[in-house]
Design a protein around this ligand. Structure first.
Ligand code: ZN
Length: 209
């Protein structure tokens, strides 16, 4: 279900649902603009589309997707900050009330990080995954005897916490969190068991939602 021909057929069904029948959703979205209350930072992985797994309608979510659902720290240097620019738009222009960093099981980006991809030369992925290096170091330090699956899972979840910390390095996020107008969430989609977990800041564990 992903050849261009099949996608065009999919668009025909979508068009029939939202534009041919008496459906006011897109008319409202066009007239009133987008007003999502939640921004999701998700992974590019084809299996974890936030709008699909959270069963959302068009207009519900402002979604940023990148390799391993990482949030970089606020930085002045460099020129092209896709994730930071999208965060700025969602927070400062759309005034979202929640940011969810949505990690997931079997994350290829995290697995590559754990297998040393960061040390590859001339790789955009290597440079990018450096954002989660602290998560990998944590796992090496704290779980040296755990099996591979446990260590991968721990790294996937630890990287979410690193991204939550990095969100607070953006002044316009930190200020809103301190004022209570913006709440940050760390979620983990366990696709192996069909479960959604959330980080509990009191117990410091990912718990079933
Ligand atoms: Zn992933």
């Amino acid at each position: 279900m992903s050849s261009p021909k099949q996608l065009i057929e999919g668009f025909s069904r979508f068009r029939e649902m939202h534009f041919a029948k008496d459906d006011t959703l897109y008319r409202e979205l066009v007239e009133q603009g987008q007003t999502p209350k939640t921004l999701v930072v998700g992974c590019c992985d084809a299996r974890v589309d936030p709008a699909i797994i959270l069963d959302c309608a068009p207009g519900d979510l402002f979604v940023i997707r990148n390799v391993a659902n990482l949030v970089p720290p606020a930085e002045d240097q460099g020129h092209y900050h896709g994730t930071s620019a999208a965060l700025e738009f969602g927070v400062c222009e759309l005034n979202v009330e929640h940011i969810i960093v949505l990690g997931h099981a079997q994350c290829g980006g995290i697995h590559a990080l754990m297998e040393g991809a960061m040390h590859k030369k001339d790789s955009f992925i290597a440079e990018w995954m450096g954002i989660a290096d602290a998560a990998q170091q944590y796992v090496q330090r704290e779980l040296p005897g755990a099996d591979l699956r446990q260590r991968r899972r721990a790294c996937e979840q630890r990287a979410i916490l690193g991204s939550l910390d990095n969100l607070l390095t953006f002044s316009w996020i930190r200020e809103r969190v301190e004022q209570g107008t913006l709440t940050l969430h760390g979620w983990y989609f366990d696709m192996e068991n069909g479960q959604l977990l959330s980080y509990n800041t009191t117990t410091r564990r990912f718990e079933l939602l």
